[in-house]
Design a binder for this molecule. Structure first.
Ligand SMILES: Nc1ncnc2c1ncn2[C@@H]1O[C@H](COP(=O)(O)OP(=O)(O)O)[C@@H](O)[C@H]1O
Ligand SMILES: [Mg+2]
Length: 228
């Protein structure tokens, strides 16, 4: 099944065409989005996540049209960004994870059990009552992953999730994102070694797709263009 399928996808922001005629059919479980600053990666990630409406063209994300059925999309998709501070919404660690489950309307005991299991999965067990803003940068990004994964998303979209982390925490966050726990991944990254760990990759340039295919071939093409 396609994770993301689009044809002639266009996004105009103000007077500017930020994405022009993007056509893709992505079915690998893990997909890297690479390309220079300003090439349109975040815009594409935001359209796929349903945060930004397209100006034209067709788009299906896990079989669902984000414009026609935003609720179905929200149930399937979770988003992780670079800055963990900007993703913390609640005072304590456990409350912040529980917020992601609000729309599921679970009985309290079940909700608490799912929060505890998610905290344990991401190595944050025992920290549930701590103020979320007191965590280290690495722990805050693991908290963001907790909030994303606790709902059991079918697709996780991560926009430069390791950009602000040290090497150890970047590796930890990447390993969680890439682990096969039944979700697909669209990963925007400038870390080309990390992009190579994805099965497939898309190279964006000036709001268009410059290359798409196996990550090794796409990243090779990007790296050789960088040295020209
Ligand atoms: N709200 C906006 N209005 C006009 N142009 C924008 C807006 N947001 C982003 N852009 C432009 O769109 C282009 C692509 O941005 P973006 O998707 O953030 O690129 P990337 O994530 O690859 O760095 C950039 O040139 C950026 O300046
Ligand atoms: Mg970006």
């Amino acid at each position: 099944m396609s994770i993301v399928r689009c044809a002639g996808l266009r996004v105009r922001l103000g007077a500017r065409e930020v994405l022009g005629e993007v056509s893709l059919d992505l079915s690998a479980r893990t997909i890297a989005l690479v390309g220079d600053n300003g090439s349109g990666k975040s815009t594409l990630a935001r359209v796929i996540a349903g945060l930004l409406r397209r100006t034209g063209g067709d788009l299906r994300v896990m079989g669902c049209d984000p414009d026609c059925d935003p609720a179905a999309l929200r149930a399937r998709v979770a988003l992780v960004l670079s800055n963990p501070d900007a993703q913390i919404m609640m005072p304590t660690v456990a409350e912040d994870v529980a917020l992601s489950l609000r729309s599921a309307r679970l009985p309290r005991a079940e909700r608490d059990a799912r929060v505890d299991a998610a905290l344990a999965r991401f190595g944050l067990d025992g920290l549930g009552d701590r103020p979320a803003h007191d965590l280290s940068g690495g722990q805050k990004q693991l908290l963001a992953l907790c909030g994303a994964f606790v709902r059991g998303p079918r697709l996780v979209i991560a926009d430069e999730p390791t950009a602000l982390l040290d090497g150890r925490n970047a590796r930890r966050v990447a390993d969680h994102l890439l682990a096969d726990t039944g979700h697909a991944l669209v990963l925007v990254t400038h870390d080309l070694a990390l992009a190579r760990r994805c099965e497939s990759a898309v190279l964006m340039a000036d709001g268009r797709v410059a290359a798409s295919g196996a990550s090794s071939a796409v990243v090779d093409a990007y790296e050789s263009a960088l040295t020209c």
